[in-house]
Design a protein around this ligand. Structure first.
Ligand code: FE2
Length: 312
C-alpha cells in the first residue's frame, strides 16, 4: 500500500498517514468509515429545499457582473437552479460527463488527508446538511449550499478541475514537509477567495465569495481591500481571516496561469524554503507585489464584522 513517505502515492486507496504528521484532530462519527463518506445523501425536507431556493435566488441577484464567466457557465451547465437541493447522484453524472468529477456527501469538515485523497480522485466532498433560516447569512461550517453552489460549478472548467485534483495530490506532499498551513493559505486565496481578470474587469471565482451575500460586492468593488496579482511564494507566506471579509484578495490572469504557477513548479524546493508560520499580515502590501488596487482598509480599521462596520 502507498504511504505518505512515498513521493508518488497512486491514491487508489487511502494512503497511510505517518505517525509524526500533524493534522487537526476531528472526532469521526461512528456511522462513517475511514473515507468519511455518508452512506447516502440526506433526505431534505421541503423547508430545506425552500432554503436552497431562497439562497440561490439571493445570489443570482448579486452575482451577474461579479462572478467569473466559468462559474456562471457552470451554474447553467449543471442547472443548479432547477429547484431544491441538488441530488448528488444526478449532479455527479452530469459533472462526470464534463470533467470526470463527482460530488460525495460528508457529515462535516473532514480531516485534511482524507479531503486531499478525495480531491486526488476527482471526488468533491460536500457537506450533507443545509443551514436554517436562523443561520441564513453566515455559517461557520460549510453546508451543502456553500459546497455545491460555491464550489461545484467551477469544477465544470477543465483547467480548474485539473488544478483541484493536483491540489489534492499536493496536500500529501505538504504534509510530508509539515507545511499544511502554507498550502492552506493557497487554498484560501484561490479556491475560496480567488479573483480573476476578465475582459470586463476583475471577477470572483472563489467559493467563499460566491456563496455569501456580502463578499461578492466587497471583493470586486469595495475600496477597502487590496487586490494583488497572485504570486504563489508570497501567498503561501500570508495569514488570512477566517470569520470576516478578507483584507486582501489575490487575482489570477487565467486558470491556465493558476495551473502554471502551482502545478508546474517544484514545491519540494518551495517547502524547504518556507518558514513554519506566516510572514505577512493579511492586510500587508509588500515590495514584490503587483498591486491592482491598494485598499484603504477602512472596513477593517473600523472594526470589521463585530463592530457593524459598513463593507465599503
Ligand atoms: Fe469551501
Amino acid at each position: 500500500m502507498a504511504t505518505l513517505a512515498d513521493p508518488t502515492p497512486d491514491f487508489a486507496t487511502l494512503p497511510d498517514m505517518a505517525a509524526d504528521v500533524f493534522t487537526a484532530p476531528l472526532a469521526k462519527p461512528a456511522h462513517v468509515g475511514a473515507d468519511w463518506l455518508e452512506p447516502a445523501q440526506t433526505a431534505y425536507t421541503s423547508e430545506d429545499d425552500a432554503v436552497w431556493n431562497d439562497l440561490f435566488a439571493r445570489q443570482m441577484e448579486i452575482l451577474p457582473g461579479r462572478a467569473c464567466s466559468a462559474f456562471l457557465a457552470g451554474l447553467e451547465k449543471l442547472d443548479l437552479g432547477r429547484g431544491g437541493v441538488p441530488e448528488f447522484g444526478v449532479l455527479s453524472e452530469e459533472l462526470g460527463a464534463l470533467t470526470g468529477w463527482s460530488v460525495v456527501p460528508v457529515p462535516m469538515l473532514i480531516p485534511d488527508h482524507v479531503f486531499f485523497w478525495h480531491l486526488a480522485n476527482r471526488r468533491f466532498p460536500a457537506g450533507n446538511f443545509i443551514r436554517t433560516r436562523e443561520t441564513f447569512d453566515y455559517i461557520e461550517e460549510p453546508d451543502v449550499f456553500h459546497d455545491v453552489f460555491g464550489h461545484v460549478p467551477m469544477l465544470t472548467d477543465p483547467t480548474y478541475a485539473d488544478y483541484m485534483q493536483e491540489y489534492g495530490r499536493a496536500g500529501w506532499k505538504a504534509m510530508r514537509y509539515n507545511r499544511l498551513k502554507a498550502l492552506g493559505a493557497l487554498y484560501w486565496y484561490t479556491v475560496e477567495f480567488g479573483l480573476i481578470e476578465e475582459a470586463e474587469g476583475v471577477h470572483a471565482y472563489g467559493a467563499g465569495i460566491l456563496s455569501g451575500p456580502a463578499e461578492a460586492r466587497f471583493a470586486v468593488e469595495a475600496q477597502s481591500p487590496n487586490r494583488i496579482m497572485l504570486n504563489v511564494d508570497r501567498v503561501m507566506r500570508t495569514d488570512y481571516v477566517i470569520s470576516d471579509l478578507q483584507p486582501t484578495y489575490f487575482v489570477i490572469e487565467s486558470f491556465a496561469d493558476l495551473y502554471r504557477q502551482t502545478v508546474e513548479r517544484d514545491f519540494d524546493r518551495l517547502y524547504r524554503s518556507l518558514p513554519a508560520g506566516f510572514t505577512y499580515a493579511n492586510s500587508a502590501v509588500i515590495d514584490v507585489d503587483n498591486v491592482l488596487h491598494r485598499g484603504t482598509q477602512e472596513y477593517h480599521l473600523r472594526g470589521g464584522r463585530g463592530s457593524g462596520a459598513v463593507p465599503v
